[in-house]
Design a protein around this ligand. Structure first.
Ligand code: PLP
Length: 394
């Protein structure tokens, strides 16, 4: 069968390949005294809080399961708008909010709406692999620009300027980022955006981890900068609803009908049950629970990063958000008789029964030295994982 060139260009998502190997080994060691600890998948260990679960059940019982508007339930768009006001002090009118099947659908819609064949989109290396694949699927070219720890693994205005060419259409940044958990400084983002605007380009911000920010300097939405920023968000991370497949995007006014047209054709609408459930995310009780969980994620970061550093796994920049640690394993890999983060990850999985993600997925620059730990696991599991890692690395 002839496969399209578009599909052939999309690389496998290695995180999932590693996850498959980890699950296989987990079954084998399930009854050992060291069952597998999963620090490889970027998914909160919490589930939707009670009010949200109840709202979903109520929607099903009441038969509120028909299609909604392609842009989502008006009431949900209003609640999201209210969240921007309360949490970030930013006025984002509901009419600019489009509810989607996760950030993934929002990113696809953004790419299809804005990218033409051959258009180049600048992105930092390392970055979330699917984002460059969304660009490819829209027949654009993702241009990965190597970043440094000093830049918090984010693009700078100088680098954007340096790499901007005739075919460049814009930038796609994630802040906080996956895999590093680091955010772009708001001043730098402002500088990037004014350069991009002057070029007639687009600034696309993946803000899926914004709700999980731990430092005042960084926890601001890019929507505060300008109405022309396209921001992507999700119920997956802060709202702990990964499998419900619900997210949203905020777009400039003139883009709403374009995205709506695409969404009607490609998705009809996001999951209706998930949307009714999500209305309850913004109840004071739910927000209080999410904030407790955010504090828990921060406490895990504060414990786990020093633990990694103490065993020679350097984390060059302390993450200010999300639940990842981007750790350099090059100083300790030889202790396991290997070189490079791919083999290191598999060796750690086999010897310590701790699943981590090798850097390979996230770019080309320095990713052979780095592994990504996810701290979306209980403190007890993180402590056990650290003890096992220490055991095999000493
Ligand atoms: C940076 C980033 N963007 C987008 C996504 C996709 O998330 P969703 O579950 O909302 O589709 C993820 C998922 O891990 C992510 O890390």
């Amino acid at each position: 069968m002839k496969i399209s060139r578009r599909a052939e260009r999309i690389e496998p998502f290695y995180v999932m390949e590693v996850a498959k190997a980890a699950s296989q080994l987990a079954r084998e060691v399930a009854r050992s005294d060291q069952p597998m600890i999963f620090l490889n998948i970027g998914e909160p260990d919490f589930t939707a809080p009670p009010l949200v679960q109840e709202a979903a059940v109520r929607a099903i019982h009441d038969g509120r399961t028909q299609y909604t508007d392609a842009t989502g339930l008006p009431a949900l768009r209003e609640r999201i708008s209210g969240w921007y006001q309360e949490r970030f002090g930013v006025n984002v009118p509901a009419r600019r909010i489009v509810v989607t099947a996760g950030a993934s659908a929002a990113l696809q819609l953004a790419c299809l709406a804005l990218i033409d064949t051959g258009d180049e989109i600048l992105m930092p290396d390392p970055s979330y692999p699917c984002n460059r694949h969304f660009v490819s699927a829209a027949e654009g070219e993702a241009v990965l620009i190597p970043t440094t720890a000093q830049e918090r693994y984010q693009l700078s205005a100088a680098k954007v300027q340096e790499h901007w060419r005739a075919r460049t259409r814009g930038v796609l940044l994630a802040s906080p980022s996956n895999p590093t958990g680091t955010s772009i400084h708001p001043d730098e983002l402002r500088r990037i955006h004014s350069f991009v605007q002057a070029k007639g380009g687009i600034t696309l911000l993946d803000e899926i981890y914004l709700g999980l920010s731990y430092e005042d300097t960084f926890g601001h939405t890019a929507l505060a900068i300008d109405d022309n920023v396209v921001s992507i968000n999700s119920f997956s991370k802060y709202f702990n609803m990964t499998g419900w497949r619900l997210g949203w995007m905020v777009v400039p006014e003139q883009l709403v009908p374009v995205v709506e047209r695409l969404a009607q054709n490609l998705f009809i609408c996001p999951s209706t049950v998930a949307q009714y459930a999500a209305l309850a995310c913004f109840a004071p009780e739910s927000i209080a629970e999410y904030e407790r969980r955010r504090a828990e994620f921060k406490a895990r970061r504060d414990w786990f990063i020093p633990a990694l550093q103490s065993m020679g796994l350097q984390v060059p920049v302390v993450p200010d958000g999300a639940f990842y640690a981007w750790a350099d394993c090059s100083a300790v890999a030889h202790k396991l008789g290997v070189e490079g983060s791919w083999d290191f990850a598999f060796e750690v999985m086999k010897r310590a029964h701790v699943a981590v993600t090798p850097g390979r997925d996230f770019g080309q620059a320095d990713t052979g030295r780095f592994v990504r730990f996810s701290t979306a696991n209980s403190m007890a599991q993180l402590q056990e994982a650290a003890a096992r890692l220490k055991g095999v690395l000493s």
